[in-house]
Design a protein around this ligand. Structure first.
Ligand SMILES: NC(=O)c1ccc[n+]([C@@H]2O[C@H](COP(=O)([O-])OP(=O)(O)OC[C@H]3O[C@@H](n4cnc5c(N)ncnc54)[C@H](OP(=O)(O)O)[C@@H]3O)[C@@H](O)[C@H]2O)c1
Length: 342
């Protein structure tokens, strides 16, 4: 069936300027880390992407290693681009990244020029795209000179493989260094992709959020729902089919009785605001304008619809924010803390 995008797709979404650049990103973006590999039916992937685009989500985030198996999310996205979205490329911002393990041997991960350029070429081939809008260094590499990693991003942009450069999970100090190198090279670093949610606030304690403001860089927060913990999914334990039940990236061990009790308290607070917990969690990430976009994942179109509903109320009273802090600051779940602070 031919996909026809909704005419209303730009009616509801908020578009925020990415730092001091000319690029605007939707306040909610969609990532393909989970649910776009070979373990998910094609029709489900189509339905999620169609729903997202119909709601004004113009930004889709991928990486070389998304699957399973690694690479299959890019292949699936490429098929949907070719079959459903082929006339819509100019309405979309598509990003990919390289940094994590992708192939065997010394050139298959981290931050060398050899790896980043080869990986970008492989990602372009899998997606069938001529260019990415944003290409990221997925993680800081302590063993490669930062000049080399940033030089590779500069080359990727100058050679037409990407329009903009970004970094992910770099701490505040590394971000300043990376931005300075890219500025000297003439390819500004326009965006940072850190983990950030009510339960994981390293971007505040590390000073990264402030640094991004100083540098005029945009930001896109990944795992804004703490992989589903900040939704109605785990309020009564771990349901079948959920990410925590699948032996994937969400360790069921973090869903202790105490954590579930805290999530229920947050859910009550969300209900008092007329929101679902997912909606309140996204509103919290976007609450002060310091974050350009919240980068969600979804296993069903209904989840995307619920998440976009967050935009109806992005403001909080001081009492609500204090209550969120009181409930949540006992817990600190930061799966990316190590790479962020290297
Ligand atoms: N740069 C990096 O190093 C990095 C690392 C990780 C992720 N990312 C990016 O961030 C994106 C998002 O990551 P994520 O998927 O972990 O984000 P998330 O938004 O925190 O979690 C998404 C999961 O939450 C559940 N969910 C979403 N909306 C819901 C709703 N309205 N109601 C109930 N449940 C809902 C679903 O779980 P179920 O699947 O259980 O239904 C969904 O798969 C990734 O796709 C990727 O693009 C980047």
């Amino acid at each position: 069936m031919t996909y026809i995008p909704a005419e209303t797709r730009y009616d509801q979404m908020i578009y925020n300027r990415c730092g001091k650049t000319g690029l605007k990103l939707p306040a909610i973006s969609l990532g393909l880390w989970h649910n776009f590999g070979d373990d998910t039916p094609h029709q489900t992937k189509q339905a999620i992407l169609h729903t997202a685009f119909d709601l004004g989500i113009t930004h889709f985030d991928i990486a070389n290693n998304y699957g399973p198996p690694a690479g299959s999310a890019e292949t699936a996205f490429g098929r949907i681009m070719a079959e459903d979205f082929r006339d819509l490329r100019d309405e979309m911002i598509i990003s990919s990244k390289a940094g994590y393990h992708m192939w065997n041997g010394p050139y298959g991960e981290w931050g060398s020029r050899k790896y980043l350029v080869a990986s970008c070429d492989q990602s372009l081939k899998r997606t069938g795209l001529e260019y990415f809008d944003i290409f990221y260094s997925h993680r800081f590499d302590p063993d490669t000179p930062l000049e080399e990693t940033m030089g590779a991003l500069d080359y990727i942009v100058r050679s037409g493989r990407a329009l903009y450069a970004g970094i992910s999970s770099y701490n505040s100090q590394r971000t300043r260094e990376a931005a300075a190198i890219l500025k000297d090279l003439g390819t500004p670093c326009i965006i940072h992709q850190p983990s950030y949610n009510i339960l994981n606030r390293w971007v505040e304690t590390d000073g990264l959020k402030e640094t991004l403001g100083d540098l005029g860089m945009g930001s896109i927060a990944f795992v804004p729902l703490a992989q589903g913990m900040l939704t109605n999914k785990y309020l009564k334990g771990i349901p079948n089919g959920s990410r925590a039940s699948q032996g994937k990236s969400l360790d069921p061990g973090v869903l202790t009785d105490h954590a579930v009790a805290s999530l229920n308290k947050l859910n009550d607070l969300a209900a008092s605001r007329g929101q679902t917990l997912a909606q309140m969690a996204l509103a919290w990430v976007l609450r002060d304008g310091g974050i350009t976009s919240a980068l969600i994942g979804a296993s069903k179109p209904e989840q995307v619809i619920d998440c976009v509903g967050a935009l109806a109320n992005l403001s909080f009273t001081a009492a609500e924010l204090a209550e969120i802090d009181r409930i949540s600051l006992e817990r600190d779940i930061n799966l990316w803390a190590k790479s962020s602070s290297d």
